[in-house]
Write a protein that binds this ligand. Structure first.
Ligand SMILES: [Zn+2]
Length: 137
């Protein structure tokens, strides 16, 4: 399919697809007359690109992830995995806090040890800060 049809199916502007091509992320074939030709595999690839972007990856990172032969591919993937796991730890701590605070019986969250624990979530990359349930602001 031509670029216009691909853009419609993906719900993106055609200039986005041209930019991804310029960056070497999704490169369509060319017809004999020079028109870009996208197939279903290109569309799947484009959807993967969008999901990666939504997760915070840059186009340069995405290109490395999607091309098996890219230099430093493993290092880019490992770094993003570490970042995703850090975000996951923050989200898990936030979920724990919200589930608790919804039912918390303390008048002030600072007087509750469980609520206060959320002020210093454990991080795999940082040493745990000292937690004090007695801290009052
Ligand atoms: Zn609480």
């Amino acid at each position: 399919m031509r670029i216009g049809e691909a853009a419609t199916q993906l719900d993106v502007a055609t200039h986005v697809l041209r930019h991804w091509e310029d960056e070497g992320v999704v490169v369509p074939r060319r017809t004999a007359s020079g028109h870009r030709e996208y197939d279903e595999e290109h569309l799947v690839r484009c959807r993967i690109v969008r999901s990666c972007q939504a997760a915070g990856l840059s186009l340069a990172e995405i290109r490395r992830v999607l091309h098996r032969g890219e230099p430093e591919r493993r290092a880019v993937i490992d770094e993003r995995l570490r970042a995703v796991r850090r975000q996951q730890a923050v989200l898990d701590a936030t979920e724990t806090f919200l589930v608790h605070v919804r039912e918390c019986r303390h008048g002030l969250v600072t007087r509750c040890a469980d609520c206060s624990a959320y002020a210093a979530p454990a991080s795999p990359t940082q040493p745990s800060r000292v937690r004090s349930s007695a801290r009052v602001e």
